[in-house]
Design a binder for this molecule. Structure first.
Ligand code: SF4
Length: 389
Protein backbone atom coordinates (compact mmCIF):
# COMPACT_ATOMS: atom_id res chain seq x y z
CA UNK A 1 0.00 0.00 0.00
CA UNK A 2 1.14 3.58 -0.48
CA UNK A 3 1.81 5.03 2.97
CA UNK A 4 -1.24 7.32 3.17
CA UNK A 5 -3.52 4.34 2.56
CA UNK A 6 -2.52 2.87 5.92
CA UNK A 7 -4.47 5.65 7.64
CA UNK A 8 -7.44 4.39 9.66
CA UNK A 9 -6.69 0.78 8.75
CA UNK A 10 -5.17 -0.96 11.76
CA UNK A 11 -2.83 -3.86 10.96
CA UNK A 12 -1.18 -6.31 13.39
CA UNK A 13 2.17 -6.08 11.64
CA UNK A 14 3.70 -4.09 8.85
CA UNK A 15 6.58 -4.51 6.42
CA UNK A 16 7.67 -1.24 4.82
CA UNK A 17 10.01 -1.94 1.91
CA UNK A 18 11.76 0.80 -0.07
CA UNK A 19 12.64 3.01 2.92
CA UNK A 20 15.68 4.45 1.14
CA UNK A 21 16.61 8.05 0.51
CA UNK A 22 15.12 8.05 -3.01
CA UNK A 23 11.83 6.28 -2.45
CA UNK A 24 10.99 7.71 0.95
CA UNK A 25 12.18 11.32 1.03
CA UNK A 26 11.04 13.27 4.12
CA UNK A 27 9.84 16.02 1.80
CA UNK A 28 8.34 14.61 -1.43
CA UNK A 29 8.79 16.68 -4.60
CA UNK A 30 5.51 18.20 -5.80
CA UNK A 31 4.54 16.95 -9.26
CA UNK A 32 4.47 19.42 -12.14
CA UNK A 33 6.61 22.46 -12.79
CA UNK A 34 4.45 25.13 -11.17
CA UNK A 35 5.85 27.74 -8.83
CA UNK A 36 4.88 27.98 -5.18
CA UNK A 37 2.67 31.02 -5.89
CA UNK A 38 0.86 29.19 -8.68
CA UNK A 39 0.29 26.18 -6.43
CA UNK A 40 -1.19 28.37 -3.72
CA UNK A 41 -3.37 30.25 -6.20
CA UNK A 42 -4.78 27.02 -7.64
CA UNK A 43 -5.14 25.20 -4.32
CA UNK A 44 -2.55 22.56 -5.27
CA UNK A 45 -0.55 20.94 -2.45
CA UNK A 46 2.64 22.84 -1.62
CA UNK A 47 5.94 21.30 -0.58
CA UNK A 48 5.05 21.99 3.09
CA UNK A 49 1.65 20.32 2.92
CA UNK A 50 3.17 17.29 1.20
CA UNK A 51 5.90 17.08 3.85
CA UNK A 52 3.31 17.30 6.64
CA UNK A 53 1.19 14.58 5.00
CA UNK A 54 4.27 12.36 4.58
CA UNK A 55 5.23 12.78 8.25
CA UNK A 56 1.67 12.09 9.43
CA UNK A 57 1.50 8.92 7.33
CA UNK A 58 4.93 7.82 8.60
CA UNK A 59 4.02 8.33 12.28
CA UNK A 60 0.74 6.56 11.76
CA UNK A 61 2.54 3.59 10.16
CA UNK A 62 4.98 3.38 13.08
CA UNK A 63 2.07 2.94 15.51
CA UNK A 64 1.54 -0.57 14.14
CA UNK A 65 2.53 -3.09 16.89
CA UNK A 66 5.31 -4.74 14.82
CA UNK A 67 7.08 -2.91 12.00
CA UNK A 68 9.94 -4.07 9.75
CA UNK A 69 11.62 -1.29 7.76
CA UNK A 70 13.61 -2.46 4.74
CA UNK A 71 15.81 -0.58 2.29
CA UNK A 72 18.34 -1.39 -0.37
CA UNK A 73 21.91 -0.31 0.10
CA UNK A 74 22.41 0.20 -3.67
CA UNK A 75 20.26 0.82 -6.75
CA UNK A 76 20.18 -1.14 -10.03
CA UNK A 77 23.13 0.79 -11.44
CA UNK A 78 25.30 0.02 -8.40
CA UNK A 79 24.98 3.51 -6.89
CA UNK A 80 25.05 3.30 -3.07
CA UNK A 81 21.81 4.27 -1.35
CA UNK A 82 21.34 5.53 2.18
CA UNK A 83 18.34 4.75 4.33
CA UNK A 84 15.67 7.46 4.28
CA UNK A 85 16.26 10.43 6.59
CA UNK A 86 13.08 9.33 8.39
CA UNK A 87 14.74 5.98 9.22
CA UNK A 88 18.03 7.63 10.21
CA UNK A 89 16.12 9.88 12.61
CA UNK A 90 14.51 6.84 14.21
CA UNK A 91 17.94 5.24 14.66
CA UNK A 92 19.32 8.43 16.23
CA UNK A 93 16.41 8.53 18.64
CA UNK A 94 17.07 4.88 19.54
CA UNK A 95 13.51 4.06 18.50
CA UNK A 96 14.56 1.30 16.06
CA UNK A 97 16.78 -1.74 16.41
CA UNK A 98 18.77 -3.48 13.67
CA UNK A 99 17.02 -6.59 12.43
CA UNK A 100 18.46 -9.97 11.54
CA UNK A 101 18.33 -11.22 7.95
CA UNK A 102 16.59 -14.57 8.25
CA UNK A 103 17.37 -15.61 4.67
CA UNK A 104 19.75 -18.52 4.16
CA UNK A 105 21.48 -19.12 0.81
CA UNK A 106 20.73 -22.43 -0.86
CA UNK A 107 21.83 -23.99 -4.16
CA UNK A 108 19.27 -24.68 -6.86
CA UNK A 109 20.27 -26.63 -9.96
CA UNK A 110 19.53 -24.67 -13.13
CA UNK A 111 16.72 -26.29 -15.11
CA UNK A 112 16.33 -24.20 -18.28
CA UNK A 113 13.39 -24.80 -20.60
CA UNK A 114 14.33 -26.08 -24.07
CA UNK A 115 13.32 -23.95 -27.05
CA UNK A 116 10.01 -25.20 -28.44
CA UNK A 117 10.11 -26.81 -31.88
CA UNK A 118 6.54 -27.71 -32.86
CA UNK A 119 5.24 -28.92 -36.20
CA UNK A 120 2.10 -27.37 -37.62
CA UNK A 121 0.98 -29.65 -40.45
CA UNK A 122 -2.15 -30.73 -38.54
CA UNK A 123 -3.28 -27.11 -38.14
CA UNK A 124 -3.66 -25.97 -41.73
CA UNK A 125 -4.65 -22.32 -42.15
CA UNK A 126 -7.38 -21.49 -44.64
CA UNK A 127 -6.73 -17.75 -44.78
CA UNK A 128 -3.55 -15.71 -44.49
CA UNK A 129 -3.32 -11.98 -43.81
CA UNK A 130 -0.29 -9.77 -44.26
CA UNK A 131 0.28 -9.54 -40.49
CA UNK A 132 -0.04 -13.32 -40.06
CA UNK A 133 2.60 -13.88 -42.73
CA UNK A 134 4.80 -11.26 -41.14
CA UNK A 135 4.57 -13.30 -37.89
CA UNK A 136 5.82 -16.37 -39.76
CA UNK A 137 8.76 -14.40 -41.14
CA UNK A 138 9.66 -12.90 -37.77
CA UNK A 139 9.34 -16.07 -35.72
CA UNK A 140 7.79 -19.35 -36.91
CA UNK A 141 6.83 -20.29 -33.34
CA UNK A 142 4.93 -17.04 -32.93
CA UNK A 143 3.01 -17.89 -36.11
CA UNK A 144 2.32 -21.37 -34.74
CA UNK A 145 1.07 -20.04 -31.39
CA UNK A 146 -0.91 -17.00 -32.48
CA UNK A 147 -2.15 -18.04 -35.92
CA UNK A 148 -2.27 -21.83 -36.00
CA UNK A 149 -3.26 -22.44 -32.37
CA UNK A 150 -5.28 -19.19 -32.48
CA UNK A 151 -4.01 -17.94 -29.11
CA UNK A 152 -4.64 -14.26 -29.72
CA UNK A 153 -3.95 -11.80 -26.92
CA UNK A 154 -6.93 -10.18 -25.21
CA UNK A 155 -7.11 -6.43 -25.63
CA UNK A 156 -6.14 -5.54 -22.09
CA UNK A 157 -6.68 -1.84 -22.41
CA UNK A 158 -10.13 -1.93 -23.97
CA UNK A 159 -11.75 1.43 -23.35
CA UNK A 160 -8.59 3.52 -23.53
CA UNK A 161 -7.71 5.26 -26.74
CA UNK A 162 -4.19 4.31 -27.77
CA UNK A 163 -2.03 4.91 -30.82
CA UNK A 164 -3.58 1.98 -32.69
CA UNK A 165 -7.09 3.36 -32.10
CA UNK A 166 -5.88 6.66 -33.48
CA UNK A 167 -4.67 4.91 -36.63
CA UNK A 168 -8.03 3.16 -37.04
CA UNK A 169 -9.86 6.42 -36.44
CA UNK A 170 -7.75 8.25 -39.03
CA UNK A 171 -8.30 5.51 -41.62
CA UNK A 172 -12.07 5.84 -41.13
CA UNK A 173 -11.92 9.65 -41.32
CA UNK A 174 -9.93 9.63 -44.57
CA UNK A 175 -12.25 7.02 -46.04
CA UNK A 176 -15.34 9.10 -45.20
CA UNK A 177 -13.70 12.28 -46.50
CA UNK A 178 -12.60 10.80 -49.82
CA UNK A 179 -15.85 8.97 -50.50
CA UNK A 180 -17.69 12.21 -49.85
CA UNK A 181 -15.30 14.09 -52.16
CA UNK A 182 -15.85 11.50 -54.86
CA UNK A 183 -19.63 12.02 -54.65
CA UNK A 184 -19.38 15.82 -54.56
CA UNK A 185 -15.96 17.07 -55.77
CA UNK A 186 -14.56 20.28 -54.27
CA UNK A 187 -11.19 21.92 -54.94
CA UNK A 188 -11.53 24.96 -52.74
CA UNK A 189 -9.12 24.60 -49.75
CA UNK A 190 -11.56 26.07 -47.19
CA UNK A 191 -14.33 23.69 -48.29
CA UNK A 192 -11.95 20.75 -48.03
CA UNK A 193 -10.90 21.77 -44.51
CA UNK A 194 -14.56 22.02 -43.46
CA UNK A 195 -15.40 18.65 -45.00
CA UNK A 196 -12.42 16.89 -43.45
CA UNK A 197 -13.39 18.38 -40.06
CA UNK A 198 -16.94 17.17 -40.64
CA UNK A 199 -15.70 13.66 -41.43
CA UNK A 200 -13.57 13.69 -38.26
CA UNK A 201 -16.53 14.69 -36.10
CA UNK A 202 -18.85 12.14 -37.70
CA UNK A 203 -16.35 9.28 -37.21
CA UNK A 204 -15.62 10.33 -33.60
CA UNK A 205 -19.35 10.19 -32.85
CA UNK A 206 -19.88 6.95 -34.71
CA UNK A 207 -17.03 5.25 -32.86
CA UNK A 208 -18.37 6.54 -29.52
CA UNK A 209 -15.06 8.20 -28.57
CA UNK A 210 -15.39 10.55 -25.59
CA UNK A 211 -14.00 14.07 -25.93
CA UNK A 212 -11.72 13.53 -22.91
CA UNK A 213 -10.25 10.28 -24.19
CA UNK A 214 -9.60 11.79 -27.55
CA UNK A 215 -8.15 15.08 -26.31
CA UNK A 216 -4.43 14.30 -26.92
CA UNK A 217 -5.16 13.42 -30.54
CA UNK A 218 -7.65 16.26 -31.04
CA UNK A 219 -4.89 18.74 -30.11
CA UNK A 220 -2.75 17.50 -33.01
CA UNK A 221 -5.61 17.37 -35.51
CA UNK A 222 -5.33 20.86 -37.18
CA UNK A 223 -1.66 20.47 -38.25
CA UNK A 224 -2.26 16.87 -39.30
CA UNK A 225 -5.34 17.85 -41.34
CA UNK A 226 -3.58 20.78 -43.03
CA UNK A 227 -0.49 18.69 -43.79
CA UNK A 228 -2.64 15.96 -45.31
CA UNK A 229 -4.64 18.39 -47.48
CA UNK A 230 -1.42 20.04 -48.65
CA UNK A 231 -0.02 16.67 -49.72
CA UNK A 232 -3.34 15.73 -51.36
CA UNK A 233 -3.34 18.89 -53.50
CA UNK A 234 0.18 18.08 -54.73
CA UNK A 235 -0.72 14.43 -55.30
CA UNK A 236 -3.77 15.41 -57.36
CA UNK A 237 -1.72 18.04 -59.17
CA UNK A 238 0.54 15.20 -60.38
CA UNK A 239 -2.49 13.53 -61.97
CA UNK A 240 -3.69 11.20 -59.20
CA UNK A 241 -7.33 10.67 -58.27
CA UNK A 242 -8.99 8.68 -55.50
CA UNK A 243 -10.86 5.53 -56.53
CA UNK A 244 -11.62 3.37 -53.47
CA UNK A 245 -10.91 3.05 -49.76
CA UNK A 246 -10.73 0.07 -47.42
CA UNK A 247 -11.22 -2.42 -50.20
CA UNK A 248 -11.34 -6.02 -49.00
CA UNK A 249 -9.59 -8.39 -51.38
CA UNK A 250 -8.71 -12.09 -51.53
CA UNK A 251 -6.51 -14.24 -53.71
CA UNK A 252 -6.21 -18.04 -53.66
CA UNK A 253 -2.68 -19.41 -53.47
CA UNK A 254 -2.53 -23.20 -53.33
CA UNK A 255 -4.38 -24.39 -50.22
CA UNK A 256 -4.47 -20.95 -48.62
CA UNK A 257 -6.49 -17.82 -49.33
CA UNK A 258 -4.63 -14.49 -49.06
CA UNK A 259 -6.90 -11.89 -47.46
CA UNK A 260 -6.59 -8.22 -46.62
CA UNK A 261 -8.06 -4.77 -46.69
CA UNK A 262 -6.31 -2.17 -48.85
CA UNK A 263 -6.38 1.29 -47.32
CA UNK A 264 -6.79 3.13 -50.58
CA UNK A 265 -6.55 2.75 -54.32
CA UNK A 266 -5.86 5.72 -56.61
CA UNK A 267 -5.59 6.11 -60.35
CA UNK A 268 -2.38 7.83 -61.42
CA UNK A 269 -1.18 9.03 -64.77
CA UNK A 270 1.24 6.61 -66.40
CA UNK A 271 4.57 7.93 -67.65
CA UNK A 272 3.39 7.22 -71.20
CA UNK A 273 -0.28 8.12 -70.79
CA UNK A 274 -1.18 7.80 -74.49
CA UNK A 275 0.10 4.25 -74.69
CA UNK A 276 -0.82 2.82 -71.30
CA UNK A 277 -3.72 4.82 -69.85
CA UNK A 278 -3.86 5.43 -66.07
CA UNK A 279 -2.08 3.13 -63.62
CA UNK A 280 -3.30 1.84 -60.28
CA UNK A 281 -1.55 3.10 -57.15
CA UNK A 282 -2.28 1.22 -53.93
CA UNK A 283 -1.68 3.17 -50.77
CA UNK A 284 -1.13 2.08 -47.20
CA UNK A 285 -1.48 4.84 -44.59
CA UNK A 286 1.04 5.00 -41.77
CA UNK A 287 0.82 7.11 -38.62
CA UNK A 288 4.17 5.89 -37.26
CA UNK A 289 7.46 7.75 -37.01
CA UNK A 290 8.62 8.68 -40.48
CA UNK A 291 11.97 6.93 -39.92
CA UNK A 292 10.10 3.67 -39.43
CA UNK A 293 8.30 4.12 -42.77
CA UNK A 294 11.61 4.82 -44.55
CA UNK A 295 13.05 1.72 -42.91
CA UNK A 296 10.22 -0.36 -44.42
CA UNK A 297 11.31 0.61 -47.92
CA UNK A 298 14.97 -0.02 -47.15
CA UNK A 299 14.07 -3.49 -45.82
CA UNK A 300 13.18 -4.61 -49.38
CA UNK A 301 11.92 -8.21 -49.36
CA UNK A 302 11.91 -8.25 -45.54
CA UNK A 303 8.97 -5.83 -45.54
CA UNK A 304 6.10 -7.80 -47.00
CA UNK A 305 3.14 -5.47 -46.56
CA UNK A 306 2.99 -3.58 -49.88
CA UNK A 307 4.02 -6.69 -51.82
CA UNK A 308 1.23 -8.62 -50.07
CA UNK A 309 -1.40 -6.01 -50.96
CA UNK A 310 -0.06 -5.89 -54.52
CA UNK A 311 -0.56 -9.67 -54.73
CA UNK A 312 -4.16 -9.22 -53.55
CA UNK A 313 -4.83 -7.00 -56.57
CA UNK A 314 -3.94 -9.78 -59.02
CA UNK A 315 -1.23 -9.76 -61.65
CA UNK A 316 -1.53 -6.14 -62.78
CA UNK A 317 1.94 -5.40 -64.15
CA UNK A 318 1.34 -1.65 -64.23
CA UNK A 319 0.65 -1.53 -60.50
CA UNK A 320 2.43 0.91 -58.17
CA UNK A 321 2.39 0.89 -54.38
CA UNK A 322 3.34 3.37 -51.67
CA UNK A 323 3.14 4.14 -47.98
CA UNK A 324 1.65 7.51 -47.14
CA UNK A 325 2.96 8.66 -43.79
CA UNK A 326 0.39 11.00 -42.22
CA UNK A 327 2.48 12.85 -39.66
CA UNK A 328 0.99 14.38 -36.54
CA UNK A 329 3.34 17.34 -36.83
CA UNK A 330 1.78 18.52 -40.06
CA UNK A 331 3.78 16.64 -42.67
CA UNK A 332 2.27 14.03 -44.94
CA UNK A 333 4.67 12.29 -47.30
CA UNK A 334 4.43 9.47 -49.78
CA UNK A 335 7.09 6.76 -49.92
CA UNK A 336 6.76 4.63 -53.03
CA UNK A 337 8.12 1.08 -53.21
CA UNK A 338 9.84 1.15 -56.58
CA UNK A 339 10.34 -2.62 -56.82
CA UNK A 340 6.89 -3.72 -55.77
CA UNK A 341 6.27 -6.03 -58.76
CA UNK A 342 9.40 -8.20 -58.35
CA UNK A 343 8.80 -8.13 -54.57
CA UNK A 344 5.22 -9.32 -55.15
CA UNK A 345 6.39 -12.25 -57.29
CA UNK A 346 9.09 -13.10 -54.75
CA UNK A 347 6.55 -12.98 -51.94
CA UNK A 348 4.09 -15.29 -53.71
CA UNK A 349 6.87 -17.81 -54.34
CA UNK A 350 7.99 -17.44 -50.70
CA UNK A 351 4.50 -18.06 -49.29
CA UNK A 352 4.00 -21.12 -51.50
CA UNK A 353 7.40 -22.45 -50.41
CA UNK A 354 6.82 -21.78 -46.69
CA UNK A 355 3.36 -23.35 -46.65
CA UNK A 356 4.66 -26.35 -48.55
CA UNK A 357 7.31 -26.86 -45.87
CA UNK A 358 4.80 -26.46 -43.02
CA UNK A 359 2.50 -29.01 -44.68
CA UNK A 360 5.46 -31.40 -44.97
CA UNK A 361 6.04 -31.16 -41.20
CA UNK A 362 8.97 -28.74 -41.07
CA UNK A 363 9.59 -27.58 -37.47
CA UNK A 364 8.53 -24.06 -36.48
CA UNK A 365 11.34 -22.86 -34.22
CA UNK A 366 11.17 -19.96 -31.79
CA UNK A 367 13.85 -17.68 -33.19
CA UNK A 368 13.95 -15.47 -30.12
CA UNK A 369 15.82 -12.61 -31.72
CA UNK A 370 15.79 -8.84 -31.81
CA UNK A 371 12.91 -6.45 -31.47
CA UNK A 372 10.37 -9.13 -32.46
CA UNK A 373 10.46 -10.50 -28.92
CA UNK A 374 10.05 -7.15 -27.18
CA UNK A 375 6.29 -6.89 -27.75
CA UNK A 376 5.31 -10.46 -28.46
CA UNK A 377 2.03 -11.92 -27.23
CA UNK A 378 3.51 -15.45 -27.36
CA UNK A 379 6.45 -14.72 -25.08
CA UNK A 380 4.85 -16.42 -22.10
CA UNK A 381 4.23 -19.52 -24.20
CA UNK A 382 7.61 -19.93 -25.90
CA UNK A 383 9.18 -19.29 -22.48
CA UNK A 384 12.04 -17.36 -23.98
CA UNK A 385 12.93 -15.97 -20.58
CA UNK A 386 13.62 -19.49 -19.26
CA UNK A 387 15.78 -20.87 -22.07
CA UNK A 388 19.32 -21.93 -21.48
CA UNK A 389 21.47 -18.91 -22.32
S1 SF4 B 1 9.07 -14.02 -27.69
FE1 SF4 B 1 10.44 -14.10 -29.46
S2 SF4 B 1 10.98 -16.27 -29.64
FE2 SF4 B 1 9.17 -16.19 -28.33
S3 SF4 B 1 7.45 -16.46 -29.74
FE3 SF4 B 1 7.77 -14.26 -29.51
S4 SF4 B 1 9.11 -13.68 -31.21
FE4 SF4 B 1 9.25 -15.92 -30.98
Amino acid sequence: LPLPQLLARPFAALVLPGCDEKRLPPVPDPVGSWSRAQRQAWGLPTRETLAAAQRAAWHNALHTPVVDLLWRSGDDGGEPLLASALVLALQLEGAACTGVDARRPRSVAAAPTPRPLPQGQALALRTLSSTAYSDLRLCPYRFFALRQLGLQAADELAGEVDKRDFGNWLHAVLQAFHEDLLRAPADDPATRVARLDGAAQAVTQKQGLGAGEFLPFAAGWPPLRDGYLHWLAQHEGAGASFRQAEQRATRPLGPVQLVGSIDRIDAVAAADAAANGPQTLLIDYKTEDVGRTRQRLRAGAQDTQLAFYAALLGDDDGLRAAYVNVGERGQTQMYEQADVLPLRDLLLAGIAHDFGRIAAGAPLPALGEGAACTHCAARGLCRKDFWDA
